[in-house]
Design a protein around this ligand. Structure first.
Ligand code: ZN
Length: 332
């Protein structure tokens, strides 16, 4: 059965697919009451709940009064080059996940680099070390095109919450920094957690490693100083969100089922328009194996071209944004 959806029925189709937030199917059938053990939070006091809620928290908001050269908005485009590291790390290789990852390296990334080159805008690329090792031509290709940035994205896209091992996590971080530094010719300054999942130890380890910024958390539209158990880490957070992530629209089981990148572009564009009006930061996360496909790359280029029609748009790498907000006069 086809899962293709016409553009006009987009919202209804999304509802039927259960892709919109909060759209758990309603039912009148009585449900068995969940066991008390399903709610461990019931047995915690407010102080304990507060400690968990604020383990990683928003410190100083880092919204500059103005962006460089009087720009009204900062646009930070990013690409996570997972390739096949997710199935490789999970031990679930198959022809589809392997060749989809290969597509990312062979066609997706080169197409995106050509697009960015044509539009003359920079981007940040977050790469698991194993992904970089398996296609060692990628880092030189990125470095040869424009002032792009390369950042960390784990060792083999290990989900650090599922790993649940502080010592092993530290070892993998050290390994990844070592490999990426060797392949890049300099130490990376940015970190994006695989699957955007940080363990209770990740931020402490990232800060201790001297990483300038993280881009895995979601507490604000603005950059902010990350607090860890109430103390400033000195790590700049460049927040992300599922609403500005291509995987949320095209990835997983919904891959290919969206009617048209035009609908996704509408969300991306509206998010940009409000960021522009508010003088904010716009971070868009994409993946070469997803947005690197022809129709989606076409719409990404249309989006960038649209942004460029507005005066005062600062296209920057995550590193540039992090350095700027850390040193510029900030409000709050
Ligand atoms: Zn990833």
């Amino acid at each position: 059965m086809s899962h293709r959806i016409s553009a006009g029925s987009g919202v209804l189709a999304l509802l039927s697919l259960g892709l919109l937030a909060g759209c758990t199917p309603s039912t009148n059938a009585p449900r068995p009451a969940p066991a008390e053990s399903a709610f461990p939070g019931l047995n915690l006091g407010l102080d304990q709940l507060k400690n968990r809620y604020q383990h990683m928290y928003v410190g100083k908001r880092l919204r500059p009064k103005k962006w460089p050269n009087g720009a009204r908005v900062a646009v930070a485009l990013s690409f996570d080059i997972d390739n096949s590291t997710v199935p490789l790390s999970r031990g679930t290789p198959g022809s589809e996940p392997m060749t989809t990852g290969q597509y990312s390296a062979f066609d997706g990334l080169p197409r995106i680099l050509r697009l960015l080159d044509r539009q003359n805008v920079p981007a940040s690329f977050f790469i698991p070390a194993v992904s970089a090792e398996l296609n060692p031509e990628m880092i030189p290709a990125i470095q040869s095109k424009g002032p792009h940035e390369i950042g960390m994205h784990g060792w083999i896209h290990e989900n650090l919450v599922d790993l649940n091992d502080e010592a092993r996590e530290q070892q993998l971080l050290n390994q990844a920094i070592e490999v990426m530094t060797r392949m890049m010719g300099k130490k990376p300054v940015g970190f994006r957690a695989p699957s955007w999942a940080l363990s209770p130890w990740t931020m402490k380890q990232v800060a201790a490693a001297g990483i300038l910024y993280d881009s895995s958390l979601m507490s604000s539209d603005d950059a902010y100083d990350v607090l860890l158990d109430g103390q400033s880490t000195g790590v700049v957070e460049l927040p992300i969100g599922r609403i500005l992530d291509d995987y949320a629209y095209y990835g997983g089981s919904s891959d290919g089922s969206m009617p048209s990148p035009e609908m996704v572009d509408r969300v991306y564009r509206d998010e940009f328009d409000v960021a522009y009006a508010e003088g904010g930061l716009y971070v868009l996360t994409m993946h070469p194996h997803i947005t690197g496909h022809r129709s989606r790359a076409l719409w990404l280029e249309k989006l960038i071209a649209y942004m460029k029609t507005k005066p005062g748009v600062w296209f920057a790498t995550h590193e540039d944004v992090a350095r700027y907000v850390k040193t510029a006069a900030t409000v709050e």
